[in-house]
Design a protein around this ligand. Structure first.
Ligand SMILES: [Fe+2]
Length: 222
């Protein structure tokens, strides 16, 4: 993440903290340090998970903008993207980067990461706002997702947007299994899963953003 981006996020967090709680910001600055520390730990643990968070944050920011969300909500969704997979800190890299199919036990372990993300973020009251997408980005519109099996609008807009951004990055990235899909192939898959896995409105906005070249595959970490 480059310095101007980092500064703007810190300013946003401090300002929203000040306005929402009117509490001294010293402790909050400590919490921001903690989250940078956690992101750096994720970077060291598994660089591809960190890179994935950067991509998802960038895609989610564009999708949220396209959907007409307020600028402060767009900024929050960007941050939610950055931390949405922080729980992967607790998943062994032998599982995260395993070439080939995961065993049921390994997949069970992977499925714990939204709960772990929630636990990590909930340690910091200031970061509570960023928990929604972390715990809900593997929920599905039809209720067949995890960890809670909630559906439709029970899933926060943050969770629904990050779910699509996350899937788009997985589809278009080089992974231990399978080759990356092209934009066109990814669009077809998103449309195929519209109304089952994904919120139809989020898919429509994402497809528009891809077709109008607002979304560029594999953006550098800002
Ligand atoms: Fe995830």
């Amino acid at each position: 993440m480059n310095t101007p981006r980092k500064i703007s996020i810190v300013v946003f967090l401090l300002l929203s903290s000040f306005l929402s709680a009117l509490e001294p910001t010293k402790a909050r600055t400590g919490e921001i340090d903690q989250i940078w520390k956690a992101l750096n730990e994720l970077k060291a643990h598994d660089f591809s998970s960190f890179e994935h968070c950067c991509h998802v944050a960038s895609y989610a920011e564009i999708i949220a903008n396209n959907m007409g969300l307020k600028p402060e909500d767009v900024q929050e969704i960007y941050l939610e993207g950055m931390v949405h997979d922080i729980g992967k800190l607790d998943i062994p890299t032998s599982i995260l980067n395993k070439p080939g199919k995961l065993t049921p036990e390994e997949f069970g372990k992977i499925k714990t990461h939204p709960i772990i993300s929630e636990k990590i973020l909930s340690k910091y009251p200031f970061l509570k706002n960023l928990i929604k997408a972390a715990k809900e980005h593997h929920e599905r519109w039809d209720g067949k997702g995890y960890p809670r099996g909630i559906s439709g609008n029970q899933i926060s807009i943050e969770g629904r947007i990050i779910a699509v951004a996350d899937a788009f990055d997985v589809m278009t990235s080089k992974r231990p299994y399978g080759k990356p899909k092209s934009n066109e192939e990814a669009i077809l898959e998103l449309i195929d899963k519209k109304g089952t896995q994904f919120d139809p409105a989020v898919v429509d906005s994402t497809v528009l953003a891809i077709k109008s070249h607002k979304i560029v595959i594999q953006p550098a970490c800002k």
